[in-house]
Design a protein around this ligand. Structure first.
Ligand code: SAM
Ligand code: SF4
Ligand code: SF4
Length: 330
C-alpha cells in the first residue's frame, strides 16, 4: 500500500482508451473547437494497458474504470475487458451508451462487472443540441435497455446538470430511472478541461438538486460507502431505490481521492485538473523492468498533494493549463 502526502492510498485507476467520441458535448468537447486527436500509434495497446494494470496491482490498485472519450469507439474493447477482468476486483465502464445496443452483450461476456451510462436529457431535440451531433435519443435508451438485458445489475446513470440547459429535467430523469430500476447519479457541472467556458453560475448545486427531488420524493440519506466514494447517496423511502449526487464543486471529496488517471497515450495523471503526467508509455516501450516502473509510479504517488476541487476558488485563475477531460476520462 502506498500513501500520498495527504495520506491517501492508491486504490483505483481510470483508463481512457481513446480521446475520440461520437458525441461533442458542449461541457466536455465543444463542437466548435478544433481538437488535435491522437493517432493510432500514440495509443497504448491493450497489452500495454494490461501490463500497467498488473504493475499497479502491486501498488494497491483494485478498481479499474474504463472511459474516454467514448470508450466503445475503440475497436474490440471486449478484448481489453477480458484481459483486465481477472486482474482486478472491480472492473467498470462509463459510456454515452450509443454503441451499447450492439456491444453490451460482448462486454458482459468478456467479464465487465459494472456499467455507467451518461444520460443528460430525455428530450430528443435537446440531446442533439447538447451532444452537438445528429444523434438519436432512442439509441441511447436502447443502449440502457441492452445493458439491462446483458445482465448488468444495477445499471447506473450519470446526469450532468447544467443551469438553463437540463435543470428542468431533474424530476423527469429521476422518474425515468425509478421506473427502470436504474441507479441515478446527478453530477455538478465542473470546470474540467479548458474548452467548455464553465462558470459558477451554470452549476446547479447538490443542495439545489436534492431540494428539487425532495419536492416529489421522500429521501433518506445513506452516506458514502467508503472514503473514496464520490457520491452523496440517498434512498427513496417508497421504493428503496438509490439516487445520488456527485458534488464535485460544492462539496469536494479530494480527501478520499484514491485515483490515478491514464490517458489514451499513456500518461498517468494524479488529478482530473493536473497539467502534468508521467509518461508511462515510454517506460513500457523502453522495456523497463516492471519493478522499476512500479518504483517510479509509487514515488510519483508519494509526492502527490493534488486537491484542486478543495482549492478551486484560489486555483481557478491560476491553473491555466490542465489536461482535457476527454483525454483522462471523467
Ligand atoms: N463518453 C463517456 C460518457 O460520456 O459517459 C465517457 C467519458 S465522459 C468524459 C465521463 C463522464 O464525465 C460522463 O458522465 C460525462 O457526462 C461527464 N462529464 C463530462 N464533462 C463534464 C463536466 N464538465 N462536468 C461534469 N461532468 C462531466
Ligand atoms: Fe463524448 Fe462523453 Fe465527452 Fe460527451 S462527455 S463529448 S459523450 S466523452
Ligand atoms: Fe481527486 Fe483532483 Fe477531483 Fe480532488 S479535484 S477529487 S484530487 S481528481
Amino acid at each position: 500500500m502506498v500513501r500520498d502526502r495527504l495520506g491517501r492510498e492508491l486504490r483505483e485507476l481510470r483508463v481512457s482508451v481513446t480521446d475520440r467520441c461520437n458525441f461533442r458535448c458542449f461541457f466536455c468537447m465543444p463542437p466548435d473547437r478544433e481538437i488535435p486527436f491522437l493517432s493510432r500509434e500514440d495509443l497504448l495497446s491493450y497489452e500495454e494497458i494490461r501490463d500497467l494494470v498488473k504493475i499497479l496491482r502491486n501498488a494497491g490498485v483494485r478498481k479499474v474504470r474504463i472511459t474516454g472519450g467514448e470508450p466503445l469507439m475503440r475497436l474490440h474493447l471486449e478484448n481489453l475487458i477480458a484481459q483486465l477482468s481477472p486482474l482486478v476486483e472491480d472492473l467498470a465502464l462509463t459510456t454515452n451508451g450509443y454503441l451499447l445496443p450492439e456491444k453490451a452483450e460482448h462486454l458482459r461476456r468478456a467479464g465487465l462487472g459494472r456499467i455507467t451510462i451518461s444520460l443528460t436529457t430525455l428530450k430528443a431535440e435537446r440531446l442533439r443540441a447538447i451532444a452537438g451531433r445528429d444523434v438519436s435519443l432512442g439509441t441511447v435508451i436502447a443502449g440502457i435497455e441492452a445493458a439491462h438485458e446483458a445482465g448488468f445489475s444495477p445499471v447506473k446513470i450519470n446526469t450532468v446538470v447544467v443551469r438553463g440547459v437540463n435543470d428542468d429535467e431533474i424530476l423527469n430523469i429521476a422518474e425515468f430511472c425509478r421506473e427502470r430500476n436504474l441507479v441515478l447519479r446527478f453530477i455538478e457541472y465542473m470546470d474540467a478541461g479548458t474548452l467548455n467556458n464553465w462558470s459558477m453560475e451554470k452549476v446547479v448545486s447538490a443542495e439545489e438538486i436534492l431540494s428539487t427531488l425532495r419536492r416529489r420524493y421522500d429521501l433518506e440519506e445513506l452516506g458514502r460507502t467508503s472514503g473514496s466514494e464520490t457520491a452523496l447517496r440517498f434512498r427513496y423511502r417508497d421504493t428503496g431505490q438509490e439516487v445520488g449526487v456527485i458534488a464535485s464543486v460544492t462539496k469536494p471529496f479530494c480527501r478520499g481521492c484514491s485515483r490515478l488517471r491514464l490517458s489514451a497515450d499513456g500518461k498517468l495523471f494524479p488529478c482530473l485538473f493536473s497539467d502534468r503526467g508521467i509518461d508511462v508509455r515510454s517506460l513500457l516501450r523502453g522495456n523497463m523492468d516492471g519493478k522499476d516502473i512500479l518504483r517510479i509510479i509509487e514515488g510519483f504517488w508519494k509526492q502527490r498533494e493534488d486537491r484542486y476541487s478543495e482549492l478551486r476558488r484560489d486555483l481557478m485563475g491560476v491553473r491555466g493549463s490542465r489536461v482535457e477531460m476527454f483525454r483522462v476520462g471523467g
